[in-house]
Design a protein around this ligand. Structure first.
Ligand code: URA
Ligand code: CA
Length: 437
């Protein structure tokens, strides 16, 4: 099929046929469409949009552009979760073991940090010895044995998305609903899950900052996801400030362990419980969200969640003693305080800048080939709504000699807003969008 004709039809606002969409995705995957034609079609899609039928076809064609993982040898419903990306957002490390302890099967493929957002794989690799690459057979065996495994995406998972994502990044076409939806869903479908709970972030650290846009993204993903024959549901949750207080790789693992120990409460725990309840509902284990939360609470209180985490770490060659002795995690040598320049109520944060500050300390990548330092990052000491005195600590940096402390400080200096009048903490859960049946 002639790429120019396909581009022209979308340019003119017409609906592409399934064959035209397949021809495009094949061209992207086989490298027979040059980048300029791909980029032109991406911009046409960004401007003209796609119908839900087109978005389903694009999603399925992208999912089938590489390996489709067959997890049918795993008994039971495989539930997964996916966050659109946040800061201090370590819900997967809490939920994978906790939901598994409640009887669900969690066969999860996770990604690395992207931009200012952290990645589960990088956090897991801060555990001494932990391996995120298992063969398909070992992955399936582990989930059948202990109900949980978290590994890296295989190189051939939705390869069309890798090409499209890289081009979107440099052609101002990232914020297109059909392109975001097909990018995220194609990878979930290729990874072989039966049910997925999406955590769509909204606010200053989110891919779509506005609430209306985030809700529309969540609704569209649930609608398209359910049309592909899987069970998708979504939460829209706050990213106007970091979710947890620990930002960095070993630091976020530490906070997840502390939640599972019952030592840390607050938004990170609350969002985890809401997401976990939806996962148990999707798996057919909980009768409703309340029942799901009760089951999660008892698995947490009894220590079964923590025990499942130890089992997963041991099964993936890591040292399970870290769960009981956090000093076995990599420790950054330096500490520096960031202090409030004035007194007042903390009324806003630039969450993306806080994530980028952690990245400059070495917790994330600036160039895609960069190595990360698992030990560095920062711990937040104040949240929106708190009253702080001038000179009070806002966060503590955990640094190494290679950290760009001045760069991080420059970002953090502009990241906090203060007001003389009381400020409310942001709402945490904005919407729950249930699966279509
Ligand atoms: N995450 C993805 O994987 N793809 C997008 O398009 C946006 C967020
Ligand atoms: Ca090419």
């Amino acid at each position: 099929m002639d790429p120019v004709k396909i581009i022209a039809r979308k340019r003119d606002g017409l609906e592409l046929t399934r064959d035209e969409i397949q021809s495009f995705v094949t061209g992207v995957t086989r490298n027979s469409w040059p980048d300029y034609q791909i980029a032109a079609l991406l911009m046409a899609i960004r401007l003209a949009g796609m119908t839900s039928r087109e978005t389903v076809d694009l999603t399925m064609a992208m999912a089938a552009s590489g390996d489709l993982l067959d997890l049918s040898q795993i008994t039971g419903v495989k539930v997964d979760k996916h966050s659109t990306g946040g800061v201090g957002d370590t819900t997967t490390l809490i939920l994978a073991p906790l939901v598994a302890a409640c009887g669900a099967k969690v066969a999860k493929m996770s990604g690395r940090g992207l931009g200012h957002t952290g990645g589960t794989l990088d956090k897991l690799e801060s555990i001494p010895g932990f391996s995120v690459s298992l063969t398909r057979e070992a992955f399936i065996r582990q989930v059948n044995d202990i109900s949980v495994a978290v590994i890296g995406q295989t190189a051939d998972l939705a390869p069309a998305d890798k090409v499209l994502y890289a081009l979107r990044d440099v052609t101002a076409t990232v914020d297109s609903l059909p392109l975001i939806v097909s990018s995220i869903l194609s990878k979930k479908i290729a990874a072989g899950c039966d049910a997925v709970v999406l955590d769509v972030k909204t606010g200053s650290g989110a891919i779509i900052p506005t609430l209306e846009g985030s809700i529309e993204l969540a609704r569209t993903m649930v609608e398209i996801g359910c049309k592909t024959g899987r069970r998708f549901s979504a939460l829209v949750t706050d990213m106007d400030q970091p979710l947890g207080n620990y930002i960095g790789n070993a630091l976020e693992f530490e906070e997840a362990v502390r939640v599972l120990r019952g030592e840390v409460t607050g938004p990170l725990r609350d969002v985890s419980m809401e997401l976990g309840a939806q996962m148990l509902l999707s798996a057919g284990i909980a009768s409703d969200a309340e029942d799901g939360k009760n089951r999660l609470e008892s698995a947490l209180a009894s220590g079964q969640g923590l025990e499942k985490l130890r089992a997963m770490i041991a099964a993936q060659s890591g040292d399970p003693r870290v769960v009981d002795d956090l000093s076995l995690l990599p420790q950054a040598p330096g500490r520096e305080s960031v202090r409030a320049a004035r007194s007042g109520y903390l009324c806003g944060m630039r969450t993306g800048d806080i994530g980028n500050a952690a990245r400059l300390l070495g917790a994330g990548r600036i160039h895609k080939e960069d190595a990360i330092d698992p030990s560095v990052g920062l711990i937040m000491r104040a949240r929106i709504g708190d009253y702080v005195e001038a000179g009070q600590e806002l966060c503590v940096l955990h640094t190494s000699p290679a950290s760009d402390v001045a760069g991080a400080r420059a970002l953090l200096d502009g990241a906090f807003s203060f007001s003389d009048t009381a400020a409310d903490p942001p709402k945490l859960i904005h919407a729950i969008i249930e699966a279509e049946r």
